[in-house]
Ligand binder design. Structure first.
Ligand code: AVI
Length: 324
């Protein structure tokens, strides 16, 4: 049984997402132009990301799936039965069945900002687990999300796979972890846990290939942001004059994705004019990589105490269980 998704996105009278407009106009007005990575995920962006997860070069999805598959009994032991699994940014929920099959949950609450994708994946999951209450919520999980009444009083397990936390700078990651704690601990005395995926620091060549694949799918994913700006914010960005770049920043332990202007360009977005010199970039994504220590420090700063760590056989990725 799938309940109707609760819609919380804030649009103006002409259907423009106010937060998207604010982020793009502010971001393009900075000296180093930047647009937050969360705006990649319109329907096409979500589909392109799914395609990325199947690429030879993009190891994180396979590594995390391996951890979930190989440690089912250990997850069941550490988490126990009867939790409401609250998945933050569920996307296509591809890894979720492995977790749900391992721990015998009481309910599943997928939260995602992309509503259509959310409903389709909730339906698919419900078909796989008949009898499991599925309560999708269309929302931005960077802020506290009100949980459906259906899971009142049920212990909650937050599930945040995919190393999506890596797409946030530490300050935002800490804010988000605190909001997740608010979401999961609200109106219940039951304990809350969080199972979170983080990508590990490794060789530069492996990291850069994962974000600049030979088929150019990641390039399309990056460039799709410009098409989205043109479509949804009445933009005139000359997309064909931009190129995808992925660079390892060793000081901060992160991959950075940029869109580089290949010639001098001028364009408008919501009637505001912007100019860029050849070689200037729009910084579109950070993907932070962690060691066990840096991951623990981040979780602790966000109000979560790490209690278990699991890794894949090649040491590429980790899943961490923490408690509130
Ligand atoms: C969603 N996120 C964890 C992906 C990552 O690896 O940082 C997004 C991505 N960007 C390019 N490829 C994948």
């Amino acid at each position: 049984p799938v309940t109707e998704a609760v819609r919380i996105v804030d649009e103006d009278d002409s259907g423009i997402d106010r937060a998207f407009r604010r982020d793009v106009l502010q971001g393009l007005s900075q000296r180093q132009k930047a647009v937050p990575a969360r705006w990649f995920y319109d329907e096409r962006g979500s589909q392109l990301f799914e395609d990325i997860t199947g690429l030879d070069e993009y190891y994180p999805t396979r590594a995390e799936t391996e951890i979930l598959r190989d440690n089912a009994a250990a997850f069941a032991d550490a988490i126990g039965p009867g939790s409401a699994v609250v998945e933050f940014g569920s996307g296509s929920s591809a890894k979720t069945p492995l977790l749900l099959a391992a721990i015998a949950p009481a309910a599943y609450v997928p939260i995602d900002i992309s509503g259509e994708f959310l409903r389709a994946s909730a339906d698919q999951l419900s078909a796989k687990f008949p009898g499991l209450p599925v309560c999708p919520v269309e929302a931005d999980f960077m802020r506290k999300v009100t949980m459906p009444d259906a899971i009142a009083g049920t212990p909650r397990l937050g599930f945040f796979p995919g190393s999506t936390i890596g797409n946030m700078v530490p300050r935002s990651a800490v804010d988000m972890l605190r909001e997740m704690r608010e979401t999961l601990c609200d109106k219940t005395d039951a304990p809350a846990k969080l199972l979170i995926g983080m990508d590990r620091v490794k060789e530069t060549a492996v990291l850069e290939a994962a974000y600049d694949d030979a088929r150019g799918v990641t390039a399309d994913f990056n460039l799709n942001l410009l098409y989205r700006i043109n479509r949804e914010l009445d933009g005139t960005v000359p997309v064909e004059s931009f190129a995808h770049r992925a660079i390892w920043n060793d000081e901060i332990a992160r991959i950075e994705m940029h869109l580089e202007a290949e010639r001098d360009v001028a364009f408008t977005v919501c009637d505001q004019r912007f100019v860029m010199k050849k070689g200037e970039t729009i910084h579109t994504e950070n993907s932070h990589k962690y060691t066990k220590r840096s991951a623990n420090a981040l979780l602790l700063a966000g109000g979560w105490t790490p209690i278990r760590h699991w890794r894949d056989a090649q040491d590429r990725f980790m899943l961490i269980l923490a408690e509130a």
